[in-house]
Write a protein that binds this ligand. Structure first.
Ligand SMILES: Cc1ncc(COP(=O)(O)O)c(C=O)c1O
Length: 455
């Protein structure tokens, strides 16, 4: 590692004086990495040190850094029409909505916002209003899962099932309920994965019944819990959840903020399970995070309940000034074209399999309890004791991450989720990572775990 020069030291000082960081404790001793440039899967800091970004930023730079085509798409659009509100319309939003509908395999109408949180807020409001407009006046509650994350705004945080992100901000919005996720690694002894997943789905129906089915508007879930610890359900879980929702007139909202845009090896995560959600929310990989943009895709027949509605308040009274900015939409379209042209959706699946095959031997490591993957999302659950599955200490998890960083590899963990269970290493590099990048990720993590952590 190069030492910080005078210029870098000054930047760190100013950073600490003026900048308030996302979900990071304040510490003068622990200065932030200040990124200066990036290309492909690699980021260079202001000191000239290079790191492979094994987390694609925050699971979002799907096509990798330094794509000139994306900058050009935004540049040309900014010159011709930098802004127009979506109270009316513009061509980049129309073209992107059409494209997203095709990626979703049809029948959806798209509402644009800027972030995943906002996409979920729109979904909650649409679900409640829809239920009212079809005469289901009591349906206002949402069921989500513990360990799932749905955003930072008060409604999306209410849907979030991660207590450590809520402390000191409560009370949040009412009407959000949580059930346990299908964490198959920690299923009761003697129970099969399939049985356990069916039991986990049943918890959703039980909650609906105990709450009064006529009070439940929607269920929200990611196809796979990502930031909460990479919890991958069995096929029977999503089949059963969809069946329960349909049986009880409850909408199924699928949060594709991380799993979408090829990350899972399919265009959207839920397509791996063959379910057809009523509402789908997406952000991050939509623009590969080059510009802010998110979307709430709503099944056409739900949208129809808002169209030409004779009720004075029958339309969706929700406005988002920046949502669907023309430059962001033009860039997103180009981003989707790159994903298609370079077969990055398929590549995510191939690279995910390659990494998990490289790491299969780590299951013999004393700290590695479980390795889970969903396309190019990989979670390695660290434990202090393999027999009891007692989670590894946070200091161990942080130590491994720090040692990877010292060797030039950025990986993540499920941070600030549930007390005592922040023990899953996460790896989600750009889908465009080269074969050499993947070898570097595989080899670096193996070298770290098999070094002093193996003793
Ligand atoms: C699954 C999921 N949903 C929603 C969000 C919120 O997205 P944003 O940070 O863009 O508001 C995130 C962010 O990490 C997420 O991982």
């Amino acid at each position: 590692m190069q030492s910080l020069g005078n210029e870098s030291e000054l930047a760190v000082k100013k950073d600490q004086q003026y900048l308030w960081h996302n979900i990071t404790p304040y510490s003068e001793k622990n200065p932030p990495m200040i990124a200066a440039a990036a290309s492909g899967s690699w980021v260079t800091d202001i000191g000239g040190n290079k790191f492979l970004d094994g987390m694609s930023g925050l699971w979002c730079v799907n096509v990798g850094y330094g794509r000139k085509e994306l900058a050009e798409a935004a540049y040309h659009q900014l010159l011709s029409l930098p802004y127009f509100p979506l109270t009316q319309s513009h061509m980049p939003a129309i073209a992107l909505a059409e494209k997203l509908n095709a990626w979703l395999e049809g029948d959806y109408v798209i509402f644009f916002s800027n972030s995943g949180s906002e996409a979920n807020e729109a979904a909650f409001k649409i679900a409640r209003q829809y239920q009212q407009q079809i005469g289901q006046h009591y349906r206002h509650k949402f069921i989500a899962r513990y360990r799932g994350y749905h955003g930072s705004s008060l409604g999306a945080l209410s849907a979030t099932g991660q207590a450590q992100r809520k402390y000191k901000y409560e009370p949040l919005s009412g009407g959000f309920l949580h059930v346990a996720p299908p964490d198959s690694y920690r299923r009761p002894a003697g129970m099969s994965v399939e049985e356990f997943n069916l039991q986990s789905a049943q918890a959703i129906e039980d909650t609906m019944i105990w709450e009064g089915v006529e009070t439940v508007a929607a269920v929200i879930m990611e196809p796979v819990i990502t930031g909460g610890g990479v919890i991958v359900p069995h096929q029977v879980y999503l089949d059963r959840v969809q069946e329960i929702c349909r049986k009880h007139g409850v909408l199924l909202i699928i949060d594709e903020v991380i799993c979408g845009f090829g990350r899972s090896g399919r265009k959207f995560g839920h397509q791996n399970y063959g379910v057809k959600p009523d509402i789908i929310t997406m952000a991050k990989g939509l623009t590969s995070a080059y510009l802010p943009l998110s979307a709430t895709a709503v099944r056409k027949d739900i949208y129809d309940a808002f169209k030409d509605n004779s009720d004075e308040y029958g339309y969706f009274r929700h406005v988002n000034t920046f949502g669907g900015n023309p430059a962001a939409c033009a860039l997103a379209l180009r981003n989707l074209e790159i994903l298609e042209q370079e077969n990055l959706v398929e590549r995510a699946g191939i690279l995910g399999k390659r990494l998990t095959a490289e790491w299969a031997g780590l299951l013999d490591h004393k700290l590695v309890g479980d390795i889970r993957s969903f396309g190019l999302i990989i979670g390695i659950e660290l434990v202090a004791d393999k027999a009891t599955k007692q989670p590894a200490e946070l200091a161990v998890v942080k130590g491994i991450i720090a040692e990877c960083k010292a060797k030039g590899l950025i990986i993540g963990k499920n941070g600030d989720t549930v007390a005592g269970f922040n023990n899953v290493l996460t790896i989600a590099p750009p889908l465009s990572s080269t074969d050499e990048d993947i070898q570097f990720i595989a080899g670096t993590l193996k070298a770290v775990l098999n070094g002093s952590w193996a003793e």
